[in-house]
Design a protein around this ligand. Structure first.
Ligand code: HEC
Length: 267
C-alpha cells in the first residue's frame, strides 16, 4: 500500500471501531416457556455506551430504595459498605459510610466465643435479611428471594429485564389461573412470580426531594443494582478511552515518521 493510502485506511478503521463500540445493546426479549413475553421496556440509562457513567444522585436514590424496601427480603452478599465510598462508590464520604453501616446489626462472636450482635462496620458485607435459605423460604411462601449482588448480569436483558419485572405487575388476564400466593407479571418467565409488587408511587420519600414515581424508583434501583454488579465499570471505560486516544496519537506519530523516512526514496 502506498503511504498516502495508509492514513485514511487507519482513520476509517478507527471510525468503524468507534461506531461498533457506541452501538447500544440490543434490547433483549424474555422468552417464557411456551408463553410469549412482550419485548422489554425500552429504557435508556446514563451508564450505557463506551463513555457512559453512573449518575451519583440516581445511585444514592437506588441505594435508598434497596435499603428501605428490597433489603427486607433480598441479600446482597457480594457488596461491602466500604464499596459505597471512594471513586468507584456512590459518592458517600468514609464518615457517611461508617454511619450507614452502624445502622445495621450483625451477628458475630465475641472474645470469649459467645455469639453477639454488634453494629456493622464498613468492612462488613451488606447484612442479609435472613440467617439462611430455609428461613428465607419460610418467610416467602416457599420461594427464595435471590441475592441481588449480580442479578443484572445473571439475567438475559439485564437492566431492562429487572426494570421490566419491577414495573410489570398487572392484574392477571381473564382465564389465566394463578397459583396460590403468586402475582402476575408481564416479564417474568411463565408470568407467575412469588414476589409481591415491591414498588408503587411514593414507596419512599427520597432524601433529595425527587418525586418518587414507580418509574423513577425502578429506574434508580436498577441503576444501583447495575453498579453493584460491576462497580469498576466506569474505571475500565476511562482506561479504554485513554488507550484508544493513545493509539490514535501513536498512529499519527508513526505515520509522520514513516513519511520522513521514505520521502527521499520515493521522489
Ligand atoms: C416481600 C419480599 C420481597 C421484597 C420486599 C422484594 N422482593 Fe424481589 N423477590 C422476592 C421473591 C420471593 C422472589 C422470588 C420470586 C420467584 O422466584 O417466583 C423475588 C425475585 C426477585 C427478582 C428475580 C426475578 C427473576 O428473574 O428470577 C428480582 C430482580 C427482584 N426480586 C428484585 C427486587 C427488587 C429490586 C426489590 C426492591 C425494589 C425487591 N425485589 C423486593 C421477594 C421480595
Amino acid at each position: 500500500m502506498r503511504p498516502r493510502r495508509v492514513l485514511p485506511a487507519l482513520l476509517a478503521g478507527a471510525v468503524i471501531a468507534a461506531a461498533v463500540l457506541a452501538q447500544p445493546a440490543r434490547p433483549a426479549t424474555a422468552q417464557a416457556a411456551g408463553e410469549e413475553a412482550p419485548p422489554l421496556p425500552d429504557v435508556s440509562w446514563s451508564f450505557e455506551g463506551p463513555f457512559g457513567t453512573f449518575d451519583r444522585a440516581a445511585l444514592q436514590r437506588g441505594f435508598q430504595i434497596y435499603t428501605e424496601i428490597c433489603s427486607a427480603c433480598h441479600s446482597m452478599n457480594l457488596v461491602t459498605y466500604d464499596d459505597l465510598a471512594g471513586p468507584s462508590g456512590l459518592g458517600y464520604t468514609e464518615a457517611e459510610v461508617k454511619a450507614i453501616a452502624a445502622q445495621k446489626q450483625i451477628a458475630d462472636i465475641d472474645k470469649n466465643g459467645q455469639p453477639i450482635q454488634r453494629p456493622a462496620r464498613p468492612s462488613d458485607h451488606f447484612v442479609a435479611p435472613f440467617p439462611n435459605e430455609s428461613a428465607a423460604r419460610t418467610a416467602n411462601n416457599g420461594a427464595v428471594p435471590p441475592d441481588l449482588s449480580d442479578m443484572i448480569k445473571a439475567r438475559d436483558g439485564g437492566a431492562r429485564y429487572v426494570y421490566g419485572i419491577l414495573t410489570g405487575f398487572r392484574d392477571a388476564p381473564k382465564g389465566v389461573e394463578m397459583r396460590s400466593g403468586m402475582n402476575y407479571n408481564l416479564y417474568f418467565p411463565g408470568h407467575q412470580i412469588a414476589m409481591p409488587q415491591p414498588l408503587q408511587d411514593n414507596s419512599v420519600q427520597y432524601a433529595d426531594g425527587t418525586k418518587a414515581t414507580l418509574d423513577q424508583e425502578a429506574h434508580d434501583v436498577v441503576t444501583f443494582l447495575t453498579w453493584a454488579a460491576d462497580p469498576t465499570t466506569e474505571e475500565r471505560k476511562r482506561t479504554g478511552a485513554k488507550v484508544i486516544l493513545f493509539l490514535l496519537a501513536m498512529t499519527g506519530v508513526l505515520y509522520g515518521a514513516k513519511r520522513r523516512v521514505w520521502s527521499d526514496i520515493e521522489h
